[in-house]
Write a protein that binds this ligand. Structure first.
Ligand code: ZN
Ligand code: ZN
Length: 350
């Protein structure tokens, strides 16, 4: 099915420096597949890596990690998919053998991050066996490639919410209305929680939170947010608080918004070396449950896949624009200026 020998791929050479290179189209080893990318989504992590580098992705490196596509070649030992299959996947797969994998904590698999499949910003991508055997699934015809590419970020959100106990009459507060904040809003709604409030500073983001179905918007300002949450909950505080800003100061504030016995998800990963402190009295005597989920597990991927396939997550609303591969710098520039939520990149045949 592949008629050319080379393809366009984007490389990150260092902070703020991208290169478009013509490289050989990969051929699969025995247990690999090669995917023709249907769509790749920009993510906050891409922007962070572009701006200041990523500790786990030393340059020069391919990048782009939220993608879906069509199988165009498979190795001799691959029996689970065929050429022409449209698939959705996440960029990691557990080894299945380490201490953590044995305990169903595959998100902490010791070789997970070093085998991360980067390179969605390209026409083709090689996917190894560890991903194809656990975290690659058929794309239902009802989903576009752009919608299917939401599997990875949505799986991270579902993994976080799987750590909680949810009730339909809960009041949830999501702090931050970027891509992950908005995904938490729609996921909480899909899991039956109706009263999901968004704490948002930027008016454009507040509008986006409203558009994806937030029950109400709380303007961001530390004291006011706490008072607003108390007012909305008969003085108790929220049943569930989800922090999606990746700022230690906001991690600290999150606990102040929770009710006694409430649950706090610290979702946004802060820079290495930062610390946060909490009121120990509140944490203990108010029995606040603090969770800090990282990444995803195969179980979360299945659940996210089912929700996407059932049309329960209106992800198309998150897309602020669709660009070609050559226009990736433009999309990153818009994100850098705080414009838009997520952009889709569709590598065309050129
Ligand atoms: Zn991402
Ligand atoms: Zn493992």
């Amino acid at each position: 099915m592949v008629t050319r020998d080379t393809m366009q791929a984007v490389f990150l050479l260092g902070p703020g420096e991208l290169a478009f290179r013509e490289i050989p189209i990969p051929r699969p080893q025995a247990d690999e597949i090669v995917l023709k990318i249907g769509a790749t989504l920009t993510c906050g992590t891409d922007l962070k890596a572009f701006r200041r580098g990523h500790p786990k992705w030393p340059p020069p490196t391919r990048f782009g990690h939220e993608y879906a596509g069509t199988v165009v070649a498979r190795g001799a030992r691959v029996a689970t998919v065929r050429e022409g299959d449209e698939v959705m996947l996440v960029p990691t797969g557990p080894c299945g053998e380490c201490y953590y994998c044995q305990r169903q904590q595959e998100n902490l698999c010791t070789t997970l991050m070093e085998t991360y499949v980067l390179g969605g910003y390209a026409e083709y991508l090689t996917v190894p066996a560890r991903v194809t055997r656990t975290n690659l699934l058929p794309k239902p015809p009802t989903l576009s490639f752009i919608e299917a590419a939401f599997l990875e970020p949505l799986s991270c959100v579902i993994f976080a919410l799987q750590q909680t106990t949810l009730r339909p009459d809960d009041t949830a507060v999501v702090i931050g209305a970027g891509g992950f904040g908005l995904l938490h809003i729609v996921a909480l709604r899909a899991l039956g929680v109706e009263r999901v409030y968004a704490v948002a500073r930027n008016p454009q983001r507040a509008r986006a939170a409203h558009d994806v179905g937030a029950y109400g918007i709380i303007p961001y300002a530390a004291e006011d947010a706490r008072q607003a949450v108390l007012d909305l909950t008969d003085g108790r505080g929220a049943d569930i608080v989800v922090e999606c800003t990746a700022q230690p100061r906001v991690w600290e504030e999150s606990l102040r918004l929770a009710r006694p016995g409430g649950q706090v998800i610290l979702f946004g990963g802060c820079p290495a070396g930062t610390t946060a402190s909490f009121d120990t009295y509140r944490l203990h005597y108010d029995q606040i449950r603090v969770l800090s989920p990282f990444h995803l597990t195969p179980k979360a991927v299945r659940h996210a896949y089912d929700l996407l396939g059932a049309g329960k997550i209106p992800v198309a609303r998150f897309i602020s624009g669709i660009y070609t591969l050559a226009q990736l710098p433009l999309a990153l520039d818009l994100l850098q200026r705080g414009e838009g939520i997520k952009y889709a990149v569709i590598p065309g045949e050129q």
